[in-house]
Design a protein around this ligand. Structure first.
Ligand code: SF4
Length: 172
């Protein structure tokens, strides 16, 4: 490392977090919300459940080839410790109440990703008697991932957009 070019200004760059020089070497100032947002965005735990074909693409995203772990995303089998719900698949009317219940059991702050055209707007089942026309009819959605089905890369892009949203609009 070239010591001559080393930044000795006292500002520590923190990715995605607005910081300010304190004037004291090694000290950085930021807000509590921004600090928490940095931790939240880097350790998202999605509740693990899939509703239909999109669920297979979501499972593939967790596997070694795509490796969701490198974004700090670890699937979790309980709503009590999860902070993200990825709704992957067709939301039939019978599942509306259980999905709402699982969402309410998650502690805040929490976020929802609607994965695929079924979860976003009903998909190929538009005007079906048995399908909810988008999961945002029953719970608030933060990120929509288009496609039928979306590839794992599209879901990863959705996670990156959610991470940016968490930094831009922190909730604690
Ligand atoms: S969006 Fe397409 S792939 Fe995904 S659950 Fe609906 S029909 Fe299946």
């Amino acid at each position: 490392m070239d010591i001559k070019n080393e930044d000795r200004s006292g500002e520590i760059p923190v990715q995605g977090i607005p910081t300010a020089k304190s004037g004291v070497s090694g000290i950085v100032t930021t807000t509590k919300d921004q600090l928490f947002a940095m931790a939240q965005k880097s350790s998202l735990w999605p509740l693990s459940f899939g509703l239909a074909c999109c669920g297979i693409e979501m499972i593939s995203t967790y596997m070694a080839h795509h490796d969701f772990d490198r974004f700090g995303v670890v699937t979790w089998p309980s709503p009590r410790q999860s902070d993200v719900m990825i709704v992957a698949g067709t939301v039939v009317k019978k599942m509306a109440k259980p999905i709402r219940l699982l969402y309410e059991q998650m502690p805040g702050p929490k976020w929802v990703i609607a994965m695929g055209s079924c979860a976003s707007v009903g998909g190929p089942y538009i005007r079906s008697y048995s399908v909810v026309m988008g999961v945002d009819q029953i719970i608030p959605v933060d990120i929509y991932v288009p496609g039928c089905p979306p590839r794992p890369e599209a879901l990863m892009d959705g996670i990156l957009k959610l991470q940016q949203k968490i930094v831009d609009d922190p909730k604690s």
